[in-house]
Design a protein around this ligand. Structure first.
Ligand code: 3PG
Length: 214
């Protein structure tokens, strides 16, 4: 399979914290976007794990243009065009396949594929990617794994996700090869369901302050 180089199709964000979000009701999307912005987080990864995900991306893209909304848990090539058409500015996946890479290139959608091993990092680099999601980060070895990867592959940048929390956030962000971190702790399901937007703003503000201190 011949793949166009996707290296120019990778996103960059202001925030180093990427909330990984499962929205179950499209009505949650816009207030959540405003709550995160109020806490200094200008990026959202809305996962396609729930059928409401695409509609939520569309609502944020249309109504909150200052928020950089992307699609997460993209695991099929066909989802790439749906995400782009909904207004997603980027896509993330827990892994990488030729189908996903080709779909991202075809859609001209900035894409961060997931990796867990050095071999997968090499394969992603061969496809032109310099920014990768390390997933699941804690299970892959966490900060130790990132330090180990920095030796032979110093030019690669990562967004560790999976097991990141306020207790280990600082250590992750201090790694020179960590561009940003992802996690679900900023958007607890109960807070979304109950519309506790101030709680989410507080969590986002804490994370933003911690990131600024690194
Ligand atoms: C993801 O899909 O990126 C992870 O489920 C997020 O992991 P976390 O829930 O441990 O933050």
């Amino acid at each position: 399979m011949t793949l166009d180089s996707p290296s120019s199709h990778q996103p960059s964000f202001t925030s180093r914290i990427v909330p990984v979000i499962v929205i179950t009701d499209v009505m949650q999307a816009v207030p959540l976007a405003h709550a995160l912005l109020a806490g200094g987080v200008d990026v959202m990864e809305i996962t396609l794990r729930h059928p409401a995900g695409l509609a939520a991306i569309e609502a944020v893209a249309r109504q909150v243009p200052q928020m950089q909304v992307g699609a997460g848990t993209v695991t099929h090539g066909r989802e790439m065009a749906r995400a782009r058409d909904a207004g997603a500015r980027f896509a993330l996946s827990p892994g990488m396949s030729d189908e996903l890479v080709q779909a991202a290139v075809d859609c001209a959608l900035p894409f961060i594929p997931g990796v867990m091993t050095p071999g997968e990092v090499l394969r992603a680099r061969e496809h032109g990617f310099g920014l990768l999601k390390l997933f699941p980060a804690e299970q892959a070895g966490g900060v130790g794994m990132l330090k180990a990867l920095a030796g032979p592959l110093p030019e690669m940048r990562f967004c560790p996700t999976g097991g990141v929390s306020p207790s280990n956030l600082a250590q992750y962000l201090q790694q020179p090869n960590v561009a940003m971190v992802g996690g679900s702790w900023l958007t607890p399901a109960a807070a979304l369901e109950q519309g506790r937007w101030q709680d989410i703003t507080d969590l986002a503000a804490q994370a933003t302050a911690l990131a600024a201190a690194q």
